[in-house]
Ligand binder design. Structure first.
Ligand SMILES: Cc1cc2nc3c(=O)[nH]c(=O)nc-3n(C[C@H](O)[C@H](O)[C@H](O)COP(=O)(O)OP(=O)(O)OC[C@H]3O[C@@H](n4cnc5c(N)ncnc54)[C@H](O)[C@@H]3O)c2cc1C
Length: 397
C-alpha cells in the first residue's frame, strides 16, 4: 500500500488547489482522479486539424481579477504569461428563434425605478429571486434576468442564496477584469498536476475508505491501494457522502442532505465559413432544452468557431442534435467535430449557510479529514480555491 502524508480524492480545481498547498508545505501528497485526466469542470478538449489545435470549454470558461487565490497559484505555476483577454462579444437572448440583445428585452422604465434598491437592499438572508426582483424589477427578473442566472449553474436558481451566487471580492488592480488561458482552463489543472512532488494517478475511481490505527486506507475500483495520515475529499457532495459512510456516518449523512444537478454538455466545432451567426459570448434561450450555449468567439480563431450546449439532463441524441443545428442554423454535415461531458453542479438552497456552519462544526477536531469542493461558500472557481485554502489552514492550525 502506497504511503503518503496526504491523499486527495478528486482532481478538479478544488482537489488540485488543496494538493498544491500540501506540496508547497513539503508534504508527500498523492491525488486520485476517477477519469483519465485532471480538471473536472476545467475541461478544454482540443481538436487537431491542419496541424492546428482548436479547444472548446466544456465547463468553466471565465476567470476574474478578483480570483486572487487562484491567481497566486497560476503565477507560481508559471502560467501568468498564458493569461489572455476575452474578446468583447455579447451575451444574448434567443427569442422566437432570433438572437436579441439583453437590453432590448428589458423594460427600461421598470429597471430605472428598481435599480436604486441596490444601495439599500442587502443580499444576506435573501434568495436570488427575492433580491434581484427588487433590483431589476419583478417583470424584468421573471422574463429576462432569471434565465441568465439559471444559465450560470445550469439549473433553476430562484431559491439560491443571493450572497452565494455573485460575490463581490477585492480585485487585483494589475489584472485583466476577466480573462481565460491561451490553451483553455484545463491548462491550469495540468500545470498544477505537473508540480514537482505531487503524485497524480488518473483512472482511480475511489470506492472504499477505511480508518485504522491513525491512517486512512483508500482503495479504488481498479485495485489501487493508498494510505495517508490526512485524507482530502474533493468530489461532488454525493460521492463524499458515500465515501465517508463507514468512517464518519454523521458527516456522511449531513453531506447526504445536499442536492446537485447534472449538466449534459455537448460542444461542436464548425468551420467559420459555414456559419452565419454573428459572434456571441453566449446564447440563453428561456425555457429551452438547454440552459446556455457558450461560444469560443471570446477567443476568436482564424478557421473555426466552437459552441458548447449545456443541455438539461435526460435528452436523447436526436433531440440534442436537432436543437444544435436549429440554433446554429447549420446542417449536421457541417459540424466538423463534437465533444461531450457530464458535469455535476451543486444545488445551493436557502439555508445553505446553516448547513455549512453545521458541516464545519462536525469537522471540528478532525484536522486530518479535509472536505473541499464547489458546494461550500459557492460554486465559482475562487470559492473552490478559497475553501481549499481554509481547509489547509485547518490542517496546519
Ligand atoms: C458548465 C460549467 C461552467 C462553469 N463556468 C464557470 C466560470 O466561467 N467561472 C467560474 O468561476 N466557475 C465556473 N463554473 C464553476 C466551477 O468551474 C466549478 O464549480 C469548479 O470547477 C468545480 O471544481 P471541483 O474541483 O469542486 O469539482 P469538479 O470539477 O466537479 O471535480 C471533481 C472531480 O472529482 C472526480 N471524482 C468524482 N468521484 C470520484 C471518485 N470516486 N474517485 C476519484 N475521483 C472522483 C471527478 O471526476 C472530478 O474530476 C462552471 C461550472 C460548469 C459545470
Amino acid at each position: 500500500m502506497m504511503q503518503n502524508d496526504v491523499v486527495v480524492v478528486g482532481g478538479g480545481i478544488s482537489g488540485l488547489s488543496l494538493a498544491y498547498y500540501c506540496v508547497q508545505a513539503g508534504m508527500k501528497t498523492t491525488l486520485l482522479e476517477k477519469t483519465d485526466a485532471v480538471g473536472g469542470s476545467f475541461a478544454s478538449p482540443a481538436y487537431s486539424s491542419d496541424r492546428k489545435k482548436f479547444w472548446m470549454e466544456l465547463g468553466a470558461h471565465t476567470c476574474y481579477s478578483s480570483y486572487q487565490n487562484l491567481l497566486d497559484i497560476v503565477e507560481e505555476c508559471g502560467l501568468k504569461n498564458s493569461i489572455i483577454p476575452r474578446a468583447k462579444v455579447p451575451f444574448t437572448l434567443m427569442v422566437d428563434g432570433k438572437i436579441k440583445s439583453i437590453v432590448s428585452q428589458l423594460n427600461i422604465m421598470e429597471l430605472l425605478v428598481s435599480v436604486p434598491n441596490i444601495f439599500k437592499l442587502k443580499k444576506t438572508g435573501l434568495s436570488v429571486s427575492a433580491y434581484y426582483s427588487k433590483i431589476v424589477g419583478e417583470k424584468n427578473y421573471q422574463e429576462v434576468i432569471r434565465h441568465f442566472f439559471n444559465a450560470v449553474p445550469s439549473q433553476q436558481t430562484d431559491d439560491f442564496p443571493a450572497d452565494m451566487m455573485f460575490k463581490s471580492r477585492e480585485k487585483r488592480k494589475d489584472m485583466l477584469k476577466n480573462y481565460t488561458f491561451k490553451n483553455g482552463m484545463q491548462s491550469v489543472a495540468r500545470a498544477i498536476s505537473a508540480k514537482s512532488g505531487l503524485n497524480v494517478f488518473t483512472t482511480q475511481d475511489v470506492n472504499s475508505i477505511l480508518y485504522k490505527d491513525g491512517l486512512y486506507e483508500i482503495r479504488s475500483a481498479g485495485g489501487g491501494e493508498y494510505s495517508a495520515k490526512t485524507l482530502v475529499i474533493a468530489t461532488p457532495s454525493s460521492v463524499a457522502s458515500m465515501l465517508l459512510k463507514d468512517i464518519n456516518p454523521d458527516i456522511s449523512s449531513h453531506l447526504g442532505q445536499l442536492k446537485s444537478a447534472d449538466v449534459d454538455s455537448v460542444g461542436v466545432i464548425v468551420r467559420k465559413e459555414n456559419i452565419k451567426l454573428k459572434p456571441v459570448a453566449a446564447i440563453i434561450s428561456p425555457n429551452d432544452v438547454f440552459f446556455s450555449v457558450v461560444s469560443r468567439d471570446t477567443v476568436p480563431d482564424e478557421n473555426y468557431r466552437g459552441f458548447v450546449f449545456h443541455f438539461k439532463p435526460g435528452l436523447d441524441e436526436k433531440t440534442k442534435r436537432s436543437r444544435i443545428t436549429e440554433v446554429l442554423g447549420v446542417g449536421f454535415s457541417k459540424i466538423e467535430h463534437t465533444e461531450s461531458k457530464f458535469n455535476t453542479v451543486p444545488t445551493l438552497r436557502m439555508g445553505h449557510h446553516e448547513w455549512l456552519e453545521k458541516n464545519d462544526a462536525l469537522l471540528k477536531g478532525k484536522k486530518n479529514l479535509l472536505l473541499t469542493g464547489n458546494y461550500f461558500g459557492g460554486m465559482a472557481i475562487e470559492d473552490c480555491v478559497s475553501r481549499s485554502k481554509s481547509e489547509f489552514a485547518r490542517l496546519k492550525g
